[in-house]
Design a protein around this ligand. Structure first.
Ligand code: SAM
Length: 342
């Protein structure tokens, strides 16, 4: 992607598509829920097979144009909802009617979002139209609101924990110092502040703004809360043999997904020992491989964005459901951080 590209010119390449298709096997037909429609890469690939149906969700209004193309092409087999996936249960309230063969999450940003400079997701953006928004869609506030208003302590914790950034305190201090002089409006304003806070800015292998941008984006979109509730709702919707598949892009997401599958499949270290004894041996999922799958080198060469992808999936084992209180307890730090008020 280069700095002058518009979102229309950038194409989103679906990540690990071949692996996803081989796990969910749409060639045998069935109903699928694509929780992160994006450019529709997964949905289109599934719909190529006859006897498939796709219900797609995305919180981003701008993807409606891509969804519209599929609705025209497959009016009886494709449906789109502009919603957050934590609301899966509100969109589909009857499990028995739908019986999805698989529910898929491909987390994070699409190339369209990243390259749309007006949305301010990219720290490479020097475009004068750029605004520090970082909203994926259906948000309460923007990154601009966060960096200009959030108190120093919360800002520090968000950058430290959601960005895994050891210099979180310095960066938060500099943000607070700068905003008293002038509002922080653009990605470049923020990059300049981070550069002042990080010593030897140019010596880093990765762009030193990467972690702070991730932290603020995750907070603005409540991405970890969304993931936790999205997984829980998907579990409720799946019947026996239904597949839950997640492609994640950073370690916080992968930690949640891994723990979620371990918890519900009674794998070693399962904290369900705290649950009432009747639930103790009830595995709601079967996990076929404890190890995550990663993209082939050939894919990474073609699409650098895929390099950090991790795919995990599990197969629904029981029709009953019990609430994973332990999961919420385990990740309470993330849930309460994302709930910090501006
Ligand atoms: C990586 S892209 C998906 C790309 C898609 N698989 C494809 O092949 O074109 C992720 C998409 O998920 C959407 N998204 C992220 N979090 C969401 C949430 N909580 N609810 C609904 N959509 C979400 C984003 O707006 C983005 O369009």
């Amino acid at each position: 992607m280069n700095a002058t590209m518009t979102s229309e010119e950038t194409k989103h390449q679906p990540v690990m598509l071949d692996q996803v298709l081989s796990i969910i096997s749409p060639q045998h037909g069935g109903t699928f829920i694509d929780c992160t429609f994006g450019g529709g890469g997964y949905s289109s690939a599934i719909l190529k097979f006859p006897n498939t149906k796709v219900f797609a969700i995305d919180r981003d209004e701008t993807v409606k144009k891509y969804a519209g193309n599929l609705i025209e092409k497959f009016p009886k087999r494709f449906n789109f909802f502009q919603e957050k996936f934590s609301n899966l249960g509100k969109i589909f309230n009857s499990k028995s009617k739908l019986n999805p063969k698989a529910i898929i999450f491909d987390l994070g940003l699409s190339s369209f979002q990243l390259s749309d400079h007006e949305r301010g997701f990219s720290f490479n953006s020097n475009n004068p139209k750029s605004f520090l928004s970082m909203k994926m869609g259906i948000n309460k506030y923007s990154a601009y609101d966060v960096v200009n208003n959030l108190d120093k302590k919360d800002l520090t914790n968000i950058i430290k924990i959601l960005g895994d950034e050891k210099d979180g305190k310095h960066i938060a201090n500099k943000i607070v110092e700068s905003r008293t002089e002038k509002k922080i409006k653009t990605p470049k304003d923020l990059v300049d502040i981070i550069a002042k806070a990080k010593k030897r800015y140019n010596k880093y292998k990765k762009n030193p703004a990467t972690k702070t941008f991730q932290a603020i984006r995750v907070y603005v979109n409540k991405e970890l809360t969304e993931l936790i509730y999205g997984l829980i709702e998907a579990t409720k919707l799946l019947s026996n043999d239904g597949i839950l598949l997640v492609v994640s892009f950073h370690s916080l997401e992968d930690r949640i997904v891994k723990y979620f599958f371990n918890f519900y499949s009674n794998l070693k270290g399962n904290p369900s020992r705290y649950l009432p004894s009747e639930n103790n041996n009830t595995a709601l999922f079967k996990v076929l491989s404890k190890k995550s799958k990663t993209p082939e080198i050939s894919e990474i060469k073609k699409n650098i964005r895929s390099r950090s992808a991790k795919l995990r999936y599990a197969i629904r084992n029981e029709d009953l459901f019990f609430y994973p209180e332990e999961l919420k307890k385990k990740f309470i730090k993330y849930l309460s951080l994302e709930n910090s008020k501006i």
